[in-house]
Design a binder for this molecule. Structure first.
Ligand SMILES: [Ca+2]
Length: 181
C-alpha cells in the first residue's frame, strides 16, 4: 500500500502550488522512505501479523501461536501459525494452521501458502518435501473416525486445505516438532 501512496501524493503536489503544501508533500515523501526502511527491520511476529491481517482483518494478535521454521532451506525463516479457539478458525476437529513463506527478495515479506482447517497437535515438519516445500505432519480426529497422523503437502500453490482429506503419514522419521508435546 505504501508504494502507491507516494505517486498519489506527488500528483497532489503537482496541482497545488502554494509553498506550504509543497513543504507538506516533501515531508510525505520522506515519511514514505522512512516507513520502507523500518519495514526491513520488522520482526517475524510483526510480519506474521501483517500477513494474517491482510488475509482476514478480523485476525488479531494473540489469537494464534507462531513458530518460525525454514520450509524451503533458503536460509530465511518461514512461519507457521496455529490458530486459537477465539480466532473463529477452530471447530471440534481442531484449529486452522496458517503457513507462510518468506520472500528473501522482498525483505522477508511473507506469502500465505496454507490455510489448513481442522488440525490437531502435535504438528511437525517432515524431512520430506513436495514441490520444494517441507511436508507438514498434523493429527486429525473427529467425525467418528479414529485419530490419525496425516501429511499436508504443498501442491505448488498452497498446502492441503482440509487436513481430514489428507493421506495418512507412513514415514515420520526425522520430523521436527513445531507445536505440541
Ligand atoms: Ca525459507
Amino acid at each position: 500500500m505504501k508504494i502507491f501512496k507516494s505517486p498519489k501524493a506527488l500528483g497532489f503536489c503537482a496541482i497545488v502550488v502554494t509553498a506550504t503544501v509543497l513543504g507538506a508533500c516533501a515531508n510525505t515523501v520522506q515519511d514514505t522512505h522512512a516507513n520502507k526502511a523500518s519495514s526491513l527491520e520488522k520482526s517475524l511476529e510483526a510480519r506474521v501479523q501483517d500477513t494474517l491481517y491482510g488475509y482476514d482483518a478480523n485476525i488479531k494478535l494473540g489469537q494464534y501461536e507462531v513458530k518460525s521454521v525454514n520450509l524451503n532451506d533458503d536460509g530465511m525463516d518461514d512461519a507457521v501459525a496455529l490458530m486459537h479457539f477465539e480466532s473463529g478458525y477452530c471447530g471440534n476437529g481442531g484449529c486452522a494452521l496458517m503457513t507462510m513463506i518468506a520472500d528473501p527478495d522482498n525483505h522477508g515479506k511473507f506469502k500465505l501458502v496454507g490455510d489448513t482447517s481442522l488440525v490437531k497437535q502435535p504438528i511437525l515438519k517432515s524431512a520430506n518435501s513436495t514441490h520444494g516445500l517441507s511436508d507438514i505432519l498434523v493429527w486429525v480426529s473427529g467425525g467418528g473416525y479414529p485419530a490419525a497422523q496425516v501429511v499436508l503437502k504443498y501442491d505448488g500453490q498452497k498446502y492441503t486445505d482440509n487436513a481430514s482429506v489428507a493421506l495418512e503419514n507412513d514415514n515420520s522419521t526425522d520430523a521436527e516438532l513445531l507445536f505440541g508435546p
